[in-house]
Design a protein around this ligand. Structure first.
Ligand code: 6PG
Length: 249
């Protein structure tokens, strides 16, 4: 990736969470001023969790008109909403409850339902709730993503082609590694989003990140490389450890 203008490197994971909270609240304020509301797909993972906690506190809690924000999810584990593995539960505990977000403004993936049915229902809901962008695909204002040390993002894991010709908006792939299904947005929806931000930190991500951004294209091995073919740029928020092997020019 030669263009580094959308890449921000900060000292450590604590600074990254702050940078992510600033980015999300900034996009929310700007988008609400422009179109009256803000539709965001949340990510699971540790950095987002720390950012959600910050967003629920001053100054962010007071800077955004939270009643104009609608919350969706980029992926979910196939568990009930009160399970400790649930991304919904994490976001609820870290941010949604503290900000007193109305339940009607939170669109969770139903991890407790049969996976394929839950994916179809979520796709249908997205078509109904979101404005349609390029090619008639529902368009988020912002999709938040993380990256695993294996190059996965959302619940698009290595081993199958994320561009498999299937035009679904939401899928429920079986993830060998965890011997379970997950529910995830597909590249089609991620590409249609107005903005995408990836936040990732730590030495466990260093090698994958260099391969993802600077290595040859191979999205079957590094699913997060789907972002390299997004028409609009992606914002990459990294800490120094994760960015350590990136080419400097
Ligand atoms: C999840 C995710 C997943 C996550 C990455 C990175 O539900 O776990 O949405 O794709 O973003 O695994 O997670 P960390 O930021 O915790 O490393």
């Amino acid at each position: 990736m030669r263009d580094r203008s959308n890449l921000v490197v900060v000292a450590n994971e604590t600074a990254l969470a702050l940078e992510l909270a600033r980015f999300v609240s900034g996009r929310a304020v700007e988008t609400i001023a422009r179109r009256g509301r803000f539709d965001i797909a949340l990510a699971g993972g540790s950095t987002p969790k720390a950012a959600y906690t910050l967003l629920a506190q001053a100054p962010f809690a007071n800077a955004v008109s939270w009643e104009r924000v609608r919350f969706f999810f980029g992926d979910e584990r196939c568990v009930p909403p009160d399970d400790d593995q649930s991304n919904y539960k994490m976001a609820k505990n870290a941010m949604l409850d503290a900000l007193r977000i109305a339940p009607a403004a939170v669109h969770r993936m139903h991890g407790e339902d049969p996976p394929q049915a839950a994916a179809r229902a979520y796709a249908q809901m997205l078509r109904h709730e979101l404005p349609l962008g390029a090619d008639g695909v529902p368009a988020f204002d912002l999709v938040m993503l993380g990256m695993g040390p294996d190059g996965h993002t959302a619940s698009l894991f290595p081993g199958s082609d994320p561009f498999d010709g299937d035009a679904s908006l939401v899928k429920a792939p079986y993830v060998e590694k965890f011997a379970t299904h997950r529910i995830t947005l597909t590249p089609c929806v991620i590409h249609a989003a107005d903005e995408v931000v990836v936040a990732t930190a730590g030495g466990a991500k260093t090698e994958a990140l260099a391969a993802v951004l600077d290595g040859p294209l191979d999205a079957r091995t590094y699913p997060i490389q789907i972002l390299r073919s997004r028409a609009r740029p992606t914002k990459w928020l990294l800490d120094r450890a994760a960015a350590a092997l990136l080419a400097t020019s």
